[in-house]
Design a protein around this ligand. Structure first.
Ligand SMILES: [Zn+2]
Length: 75
């Protein structure tokens, strides 16, 4: 089986974590270029693969983003 490369364009690490592109958009908003696998718009947004380093980064950004959403919904 072919190994997936990390979806961050300038990264050459192996992509070990699968993340839905819907959730990964937060990375694009930060200026990262993503390679999306299996996207068939509009029904399937596709997935991206992240290496350990970028997965941690994504989790951080994603948490922040969802906190903000909750905050907005409350207010
Ligand atoms: Zn990476």
């Amino acid at each position: 089986m072919a190994k997936k490369k990390c979806s961050i364009e300038e990264c050459n690490e192996e992509g070990i974590h699968e993340v839905s592109y819907v959730n990964a958009k937060v990375l694009e908003e930060k200026g990262y270029k993503l390679h999306v696998y299996g996207a068939h718009p509009p029904r399937r947004p596709g997935v991206i693969y992240l290496c350990e380093k970028h997965y941690k980064l994504w989790k951080k950004l994603f948490k922040k983003e969802s906190k903000m959403e909750r905050f907005v919904m409350k207010g």
